[in-house]
Write a protein that binds this ligand. Structure first.
Ligand code: EPU
Length: 366
């Protein structure tokens, strides 16, 4: 079924809690419903939202907001186990198929775009399926996760996506993309390319999960925090505990999670920042960073924002979250978009002046 509402209040549909309205709001329940929507006729611009957890409405929305309620989780037929093919004929002849290295067969799961991502994580953990436990408690829905390439604790959703099924609103047909064709990067995908942005509506995503243990516990102190009981459910519980300690609960205080992306800089630039930090705070100071395989360095924006003195600072109804300065919060619940944007601009200016780095928002400004 397709439901249409006019001048719809979106306060509860964006986790920042901005009090804005959409001129037209359309919600639909099934993949087939999409064919009934006359995309040509819709008030423009058209914006498809998921959980509204990664956007900042800067004003009332003059066009049409779409939202999917496609809600299903379905295990597809399990793939046959695959085996490593030996390249060398001689070796192969002396090795039986049983002896050759067995690649665990994935369990393919099809999930509707409107499923809350964490409900999918909860379902997978309870089924004993590995793959999305590290992504537990990230706000948002499955369709948006495939567009944004959500990530946390050493895992990105692209690592477990096999295929993304969409409706092409231009050619009015159903299409699907293999993960390899989606140009996934850090919080980025081909869906965000300005040329096609908004053209494809994700209907469902096929994930490749696993029954074989595949714990990924390299991130910071995750291994110690999880302890000896290494199951998807235990990892999920640990991640939820860590996230609750560091990040604001959207139902209590509005935010869009990380407001900025973590920047990547050259090794020389990092060396300059490290030298300046040692000069300022003493030779023992450690500047947090991750060395990337191509020789560049990823530096946590949270650290730089804290160094600039922004942690816990308030500005009108908005504030920099005191436990994780990468997050801007709607502190009073009454913050105006201008107050959030004002804080954003001032943070960008101080980080630029102190570190010569321009922070880029992760959050979409609408
Ligand atoms: N840090 C500080 N001060 C703080 C907090 C953090 O200096 O108050 C420094 C510390 O050195 C810490 C480092 O920042 O080690 C990294 O912090 P954290 O592990 O919390 O991760 P992050 O880089 O700040 C990213 C994601 C989060 C994700 C976490 C965990 C981005 C933009 N954000 O944050 O994702 O949960 O890693 O994997 O990549 C989101 O996208 O909305 C989000 C919350």
């Amino acid at each position: 079924m397709v439901r249409t509402e006019y001048y719809k209040d979106l306060t509860k549909m964006n986790t920042f809690g901005m009090k804005v309205k959409a001129r037209c709001f359309i919600e639909y329940d099934s993949v087939a419903d999409l064919v009934d929507i006359e995309f040509e006729e819709l008030a423009r611009p058209v914006l498809h939202i998921g959980g509204g957890s990664n956007l900042l409405f800067t004003d009332d929305f003059k066009g049409t907001v779409l939202h999917s309620k496609i809600n299903f989780i379905e295990i597809l037929e399990k793939e046959e186990p695959r085996h490593c093919e030996e390249q060398d004929d001689v070796v192969q002849s002396t090795k039986s198929l049983e002896q050759s290295e067995r690649i665990p067969s994935p369990v393919l799961v099809s999930v509707g775009a409107g499923v809350v991502f964490d409900e999918f994580c909860d379902w997978a953990a309870k089924e004993g399926l590995w793959g999305v436990e590290n992504l537990s408690y990230i706000p948002g829905e499955v369709g948006a996760s495939a567009v944004q390439n959500i990530g946390a604790y050493g895992v990105e959703v692209k690592d477990v996506i096999r295929k993304v099924y969409c409706y092409d609103t231009v050619d009015e047909e159903f299409v699907n993309f293999d993960v390899e064709d989606l140009e996934y990067g850090y919080r980025d995908s081909a869906f965000k390319d300005p040329e096609v942005k908004g053209r494809y509506i994700v209907t469902h995503v096929v994930f490749a999960l696993s029954r074989e243990p595949q714990p990924r516990l390299d991130y910071a102190h995750l291994k110690e925090a999880v302890g000896d009981n290494v199951t998807p459910l235990q990892i999920r519980k640990t991640i939820i505990k860590i996230r609750k300690e560091k990040l604001p609960e959207p139902s209590v205080m509005g935010s869009a999670g990380s407001f900025f992306k973590n920047p990547v800089i050259s090794a020389e630039h990092f060396a300059r920042i490290e030298a300046a930090a040692k000069a300022e705070h003493g030779a023992d100071v450690k500047v947090p960073h991750y060395d990337l395989p191509d020789g560049t360095v990823k530096i946590p924006a949270a650290w730089m924002i804290e160094q600039c003195g922004w942690k816990g600072k308030r500005s009108g109804g908005a504030a920099v979250y005191d436990k994780q300065p990468l997050v801007i919060v709607n502190y009073t619940g009454e913050a105006y978009p201008e107050e959030i944007i004002g804080l954003e601009r001032r943070i960008i200016a101080s980080v630029k002046s102190k570190f010569d780095i321009v922070l880029h928002p992760e959050v979409d400004h609408i």
